[in-house]
Each structure stands twice: as structure tokens, then as C-alpha cells.
Design a binder for this molecule. Structure first.
Ligand code: G3H
Ligand code: 13P
Ligand code: ZN
Length: 311
């Protein structure tokens, strides 16, 4: 099974009322934890790589790890650039073997977003690669994505048809109240998503795959383990799983998850080191980190994404 694009995955996901998990990868243990889980439940996968991940691990290492995972599991895997900020990084990932890229022009004006997205689509499609664009801005802080709550804005449904037809993108990320990172709502605030916007986008773009970023649930079990073992994560709150399941039944075909992976791995490592302070062999504390990721991803696939058995 070679690397694949997301085209077939999204078509089946849209028709089947489920979503594909797009998991961020940064090292071998993360790649292995995710792909072993997907293999156990026979799920299609998108592994995504941010600019920060390329800086940390280098493009070639991540690419080879993903190729190894395909050989090891036999799964269809799409390798995707997460939040490409300009044409150059998209081109570099396309030239370097990725099958999908995101050009994130959401912080630019509507016209500039269209122009830069169109340029990436032309190059990508010439090379058999698919493109995700974004309209609307998510709040939250990551390495390369830093938008304050005041600067975030919901997607305007009246813009989506023009954006898609003028750019030629293959999927569209929209902002309906999710955000990046582990602190998505204020303490006491009721988590809410604008399903009315998603419905209106779906009505205007029938059959077109929609993407949700910032979709970690910040699972309390992992936060509690981290805090019980020397961590200090106060007021971490994510998107309730039933809301994501509902979105997956609608037009959302790709759900992005990074923070939950980080929390799972950190919980595994902290628990191990707290129980065994004498250990200093990285294999001893990275093994539970990888195991926690495998358990997390399996639960996500079955309970949230609904793509088990669909590989
Ligand atoms: O949306 C951003 C992803 O969580 C990647 O985060 O830029 O810190 O690698 P990063
Ligand atoms: P989370 O921070 O909610 O995991 O979102 C990740 C993401 O959107 C990657 O693009
Ligand atoms: Zn994102």
C-alpha cells in the first residue's frame, strides 16, 4: 500500500457519515502509537506534519518514519502538511513526497487568501497532491499558529462557494468555535460549537469535505495523571467528544488532533518516571508514552471519528 491522497478517504467518509483522524506526528513513538492503533481497528489515517515538526525532526526523518509505518501496517496513509503558511513550504513538502498540503491563508484578506491558495493548488494538482484551504480564524497558541481570542473569527458561510470555486481547493477548514491547544474554553464557560454555521456551509457546498482544526477533547483522565505526577495543568478544557461525533456525521471529513496526543504521551511518561525515579533508559519511559497514544487513538477512532473498519 503506497502513500495515498485523502480524495477517496473523504468521499467515503462524507457518504458514510464518519471522519478521518488527522494526527500530528513529531517522532517515532508518536508515529508508531498512532499507526498501531489504526491497524488494530483497520482505520484509514492522515498523519500531519507542522512546520514546527519539520524543524524538530527534519522532513526526511518524518517521511521515512511514515513510509516505515505503511510498510509495517499495510494501511492507507495520507501525509499532510499542517498549516503551511506560504507557497514555499507547500512546494517543499510536495517536492518531498507529501500527498496533501494545507495552505493556511486565513490570517490574510479574502482576496490574498484566494490568491495564495490558488497558487498552491495549481502546483499541487500538477503533482497529484491535494490541498486544504481555510476560511475563518481559530483562537489558540501553537508554535506556528498564534491567534488571540479577540482576533479569532467564525467562518462566514456566504464566502465559501466563491472561495472554493476560485481556488480549486479539495477541502476547506472552517472556524465554528474550536481552537488550538489545551485551553479552549474559560473555566465555567459552556463548550459550544456553531453547528448552524456548519449546516449552512454544508448546504452551500453539498458533498464537499470540511475540516475541523483544534479538535482535541483534552481528556480529563490524562490531565489528571499529569497533575498527579508532578505536572501543573490548570483549567485545561477541550471539545466534548459527542460534539465532534455529531460534526463527523455531518460534512466534517477530517478532524485534527494534536493536543490530546501530547497530553497522552506526557501522562504516560510522567506516570512511569514518578513510579520509577531510578530509571534513566529512555526506552523505559517512552514505552508507556507510546502505549498511552495507542490507547487514545483507538478510542478516538471508535468513539469519535467512527472510521474503524473503513481502511
Ligand atoms: O495546529 C497546530 C498543531 O497543533 C501543530 O503545533 O506548530 O506546535 O507543531 P506545532
Ligand atoms: P488541537 O490543539 O485541538 O489538538 O488541534 C490540532 C490542530 O488543529 C492541528 O492543525
Ligand atoms: Zn490546526
Amino acid at each position: 500500500m503506497p502513500l495515498v491522497t485523502s480524495t477517496e478517504m473523504f468521499k467515503k467518509a462524507y457518504e458514510g457519515g464518519y471522519a478521518i483522524g488527522a494526527f500530528n506526528v513529531n517522532n517515532m513513538e508518536i508515529v508508531q502509537g498512532i499507526t498501531e492503533a489504526a491497524m488494530e481497528v483497520n482505520a484509514p489515517l492522515i498523519l500531519q506534519v507542522s512546520a514546527g515538526a519539520r524543524k524538530y525532526a527534519k522532513h526526511v526523518y518524518l517521511m521515512k518514519l511514515i513510509e516505515a509505518a505503511i510498510e509495517d501496517t499495510g494501511l492507507p496513509i495520507c501525509v499532510h502538511l499542517d498549516h503551511g503558511e506560504d507557497f514555499e513550504i507547500c512546494k517543499s513538502c510536495i517536492d518531498g513526497g507529501f500527498t496533501s498540503v494545507m495552505i493556511d491563508g486565513s490570517k490574510h484578506s479574502f482576496e490574498d487568501n484566494i490568491r495564495m491558495t490558488r497558487q498552491v493548488v495549481e502546483y499541487a494538482h500538477d503533482h497529484g497532491v491535494v490541498v486544504e484551504g481555510e476560511l475563518g480564524r481559530l483562537a489558540g497558541i501553537e508554535d506556528a499558529v498564534n491567534v488571540s481570542a479577540e482576533d479569532s473569527s467564525y467562518t462566514r458561510p456566504e464566502e465559501v462557494e466563491e472561495f472554493v470555486s476560485r481556488t480549486g481547493v479539495d477541502s476547506l477548514a472552517i472556524a465554528i468555535g474550536t481552537s488550538h491547544g489545551a485551553f479552549k474554553f474559560k473555566p465555567g464557560q459552556k463548550p459550544q460549537l456553531r453547528f448552524d454555521i456548519l449546516e449552512e456551509v454544508e448546504r452551500r457546498l453539498p458533498g464537499f469535505p470540511i475540516v475541523l482544526h483544534g479538535s482535541s477533547s483534552v481528556i480529563p483522565e490524562y490531565v489528571d495523571i499529569i497533575n498527579a505526577n508532578g505536572g501543573r495543568l490548570k483549567d485545561a478544557i477541550g471539545i466534548p467528544e459527542e460534539m465532534l461525533r455529531e460534526a463527523a456525521r455531518m460534512a466534517v471529513c477530517k478532524i485534527n488532533i494534536d493536543s490530546d496526543l501530547r497530553l497522552a504521551m506526557t501522562a504516560g511518561v510522567r506516570q512511569q518516571l514518578a513510579a520509577h525515579p531510578e530509571q534513566f533508559d529512555p526506552r523505559q519511559f517512552l514505552t508507556p508514552g507510546r502505549d498511552f497514544i495507542r490507547d487514545l487513538v483507538k478510542k478516538k477512532i471508535i468513539n469519535v471519528l467512527g472510521c474503524d473498519g473503513k481502511a
